[in-house]
Design a protein around this ligand. Sequence first.
Ligand code: 4NP
Length: 161
Amino acid sequence: MTIKVLFVCLGNICRSPTAHGVFEQTVAKHQLSGHILVDSAGTGGWHIGETPDSRATSRALTRGYDLSQLRARQVCLQDFNEFDYILAMDHNNLAELQAIAPADYHGELTLFLNYSAGRETDEVPDPYYGNGDGFEYVLQLVERASKDLLQNIIERHRLLC
Ligand code: 4NP
């Protein structure tokens, strides 16, 4: 069985691709890539087909995460059939997802940071319009939450690694 995890933000060029790259690499480090599939999407469609924001890409690279192969896409109804976990970066993203989610969606639709054990906030703030410092903060939040999310999935689904 493959567990499928989708990270969602607004544009799919800053926060959710960062989460996608970081979590995918965390999964790989635990040799669980054959069990957990990772993807990301945006609630908006302005950046479809684009690579992640260069500020996100360069910041991620300083910590060894390569986001260069990712391309933005918009979340779609089929995602609710596919993904076991749909994890929103902020409350707006979550509200947009809840508005389109089928009533019988059986997976986990929640904030990504709800999985972050010692979290100081429940949102990954949008760094797009800031001065650039926001991208470092996004990485910090995402790295911590990714470890905790993976531990949660390992225990819940009894994955051996
Ligand atoms: P993201 O950031 O949701 O983290 O990808 C944004 C990217 C683009 C826009 C807004 C937020 N935008 O308005 O184009």
